[in-house]
Ligand binder design. Structure first.
Ligand SMILES: Nc1ncnc2c1ncn2[C@@H]1O[C@H](COP(=O)(O)OP(=O)(O)OP(=O)(O)O)[C@@H](O)[C@H]1O
Length: 382
């Protein structure tokens, strides 16, 4: 028997991430708002709070350099404190070339404000004063997964195995929500460790569900105009065709999971040529389960359950299959990770999967030409 999980593939459940949907709430908002003038009435229909530019300037000490958290593809992000409530927030000031049209901006804010999940950074409010466009998010004090896992760790505690699995589980739940619980489904587009933010307890939240991303629903994949994704994280079919689907998100998730397992960057130009691309380095190892423990991050000092490690690598291997339709659905990844992230603190061993899940997750040795190492007890886990 083999310990690798097999998930229902995208081909069987959905065709390339597309699915039928009825007229949804956001269609309603879009149609209503595009037909209206940008006035007070429009603002009132958005769940997020409306801020004036003056309020956000005050919150960020006039966008002072010391408040700057960083700069991304859509603009600068500042840490601020709302004077009305004392709440600490992250204020994203969009570049002038994004969302100039007030109506379009408000439509996208309305869509953003409908998203609610504990593993997504919440949108608190927005500002559309003159030509200024700003978004106000909850502030995540723990920094990004990239900061914590992959950058210099002098002043940071190492992230232990179970915490890594919990981070993977939370990020997977957020993607499952966007793919399967939102209608029409939303493709995250740019999952990478710098977009996984952490709170004080290392609970992950996906950030940067940007305006372009919300404009890119699973129904309009062929309308992709701007190059999204990040080298090292993008699915091979996206590099070939520029068409994004939910299965491309599954691939990017596989890369982040592999980063969590190995402590290596998706792309690291400081490494020897054959190790610079994480997936290319890992692919041959996926065929040699006995070598899986060698893939683990050395800073873990072998403090991980071997069965859990084998299962996590197998999930990553499933997500990273070249054949897009063979990749698992995020719902199945969530089911498997829920067990890997709930090991008892005492023995750090993930519990056996219940029959209902293990029957769903049947073996994938034929897909990946893998034979699992480990003992019979381990093999029964998945
Ligand atoms: N809600 C937040 N709480 C705390 N820090 C945040 C928050 N949102 C963004 N940041 C930080 O602000 C910086 C810029 O973030 P932003 O999302 O604009 O870009 P990015 O993720 O670095 O790049 P890209 O736009 O290519 O995804 C990053 O360091 C990020 O960790």
């Amino acid at each position: 028997m083999n310990c690798f999980p097999c998930f229902s593939s995208h081909k069987s459940k959905k065709e390339n991430g597309k699915r039928e949907h009825d007229s949804s709430a956001d269609d309603f908002i879009r149609s209503r708002m595009l037909g209206m003038e940008a006035n007070q009435e429009e603002h009132a229909k958005i769940a997020a709070q409306k801020f004036s530019f003056r309020e956000l300037a005050a919150a960020t000490k006039n966008f002072r350099q010391e408040c700057l958290l960083g700069e991304g593809g859509f603009g600068r992000v500042y840490k601020g404190t709302l004077q009305s409530s004392g709440q600490v927030v992250a204020v994203k000031q969009l570049d002038r070339n994004h969302m100039k049209e007030c109506k379009e901006f408000l439509v996208e804010v309305a869509r953003l404000s409908l998203l609610r999940h504990s593993n997504l950074v919440s949108l608190i409010g927005y500002c559309a004063d003159g030509d200024q466009r700003l978004l106000v998010y909850e502030f995540l004090p723990g920094g990004s997964l990239e900061d914590n896992l992959l950058k210099s760790k002098d002043d940071k505690p190492e992230i232990d195995w179970l915490t890594r699995m919990k981070i993977a589980y939370g990020a997977a739940q957020a993607l499952e929500y966007l793919h399967d619980k939102v209608d029409p489904p939303i493709i995250y587009c740019d999952l990478k460790s710098s977009n996984v933010l952490l709170d004080e307890e290392f609970n992950p939240k996906l950030s940067d569900i940007g305006l372009d991303k919300l404009g890119q629903s699973a129904e309009n994949t062929s309308k992709q105009s701007r190059v999204m994704g990040t080298y090292g994280y993008s699915a091979p079919e996206y590099a070939r065709s520029s068409i994004l689907t939910t299965v491309a998100d599954v691939y990017s998730f596989g890369v982040v999971l592999l980063e969590l397992i190995t402590g290596r960057r998706a792309v690291d130009t400081t490494k020897p040529a054959n190790q610079q691309n994480l997936v290319a380095w890992a692919q041959p190892l996926f065929k040699e389960p006995k070598k899986f423990p060698e893939m683990a991050d050395p800073v873990l000092k072998k403090q991980f359950p071997e069965r859990g490690l084998n299962q996590a690598v197998a999930i990553a291997a499933m997500c990273l299959q070249d054949e897009a339709t063979a990749r698992p659905l995020m719902g199945d990844v969530v089911a498997a990770l829920s067990f890997l992230s709930t090991a008892s603190e005492e023995n750090n061993i993930p519990p056996a999967l219940p029959p209902s899940i293990s029957s769903k997750l049947h073996c994938i040795s034929t897909n990946l030409s893998l034979e699992c190492g480990g003992d019979a007890t381990e093999d029964k886990q998945m």
